[in-house]
Write a protein that binds this ligand. Structure first.
Ligand SMILES: O=C[C@H](O)COP(=O)(O)O
Length: 250
């Protein structure tokens, strides 16, 4: 059975007090039993506090990024070893905001993937087409290339530490969601692409999350699709009630 996962990417939101408040609310309100593994990704400065607060709860913690080098003169950057040393063993890589705003290329993301996997971290690998790609009917090519160039160099053994997050850029923070059918069509394509390259076991086991304007109102229908194994949630992860409504929709 594939793991179902709901991850909240808090992006550059929530200071220390607000982080504590949201975590308290999540801890208090999260149902005793959920069908999905639940993860939150606060900003770097609040990660250690989140790890401490969420100890002995069912909620895991992820970082939003990591630097590819082991360490050194990289002002402002954070290494995998630093994350591991505070108990963070999951990292989001390849997010479209990192690609578009911070010029992260497939080659750089592939490097970051290697570093994270070397440190036995779980990678939530994000990818997805822009609106122009979909309008020109090039979305399958773009998605396949992002997968091949950013991820397909890893070993078969590494796949147990990889979660995929398909996030069409045109649906991120726009309020416009891919239809459940569009999500399913792409998730199925992604799984078949993995099947061709890595075989049935890996294709059937890897969790593929959908991200892009998931809300309590549309979550259930999207998650009902057979190749959608959960969600990577942005805006709606910033309110405990909305996030938990999405968690219970799966
Ligand atoms: O990482 C999360 C995605 O960028 C989705 O963000 P959103 O739910 O605000 O559209």
């Amino acid at each position: 059975m594939r793991k179902q996962i709901i991850a909240g990417n808090w992006k550059m939101h929530k200071n220390a007090n607000q982080t504590e408040e949201l975590l308290n609310e999540l801890i208090t309100k999260i149902p005793a039993k959920t069908n999905a593994q639940v993860i939150v990704a606060p900003t770097f400065v609040n990660l250690a506090a989140a790890v401490n607060k969420l100890k002995n709860t069912p909620i895991g913690v992820s970082a939003q990024n990591v630097h590819q080098a082991e360490g050194g003169a990289f002002t402002g950057e954070i290494s995998a070893d630093m994350l591991k040393s505070i108990g963070v063993d999951t990292v989001i890589l390849g997010h479209s905001e990192r690609r578009a705003i911070f010029n992260e290329t497939d080659a750089l993301i592939a490097n970051k993937v290697d570093t994270a996997l070397k440190h036995e971290m779980t990678v939530i690998f994000c990818f997805g087409e822009e609106l122009k790609d979909r309008q020109s009917d090039n979305h399958f090519n773009i998605v396949e290339n992002q997968l091949r160039d950013g991820l397909f160099h890893i070993s078969k053994e590494s796949w147990s530490n990889v979660v995929l997050a398909y996030e069409p850029v045109w649906a991120i923070g726009t309020g416009e969601t891919a239809s459940p059918e569009q999500a399913q069509e792409m998730h199925e394509f992604i799984r078949e692409t993995i099947r061709k390259a890595f075989g049935n076991d890996i294709a059937d086991e890897v969790s593929i999350l959908y991200g892009g304007s998931v809300k309590p109102e549309n979550a259930k229908e999207i998650f009902s699709k057979p190749d959608v194994d959960g969600g990577l949630i942005g805006g709606a992860a910033l309110k405990a009630d909305d996030f938990l409504a999405i968690v219970t929709a799966i």
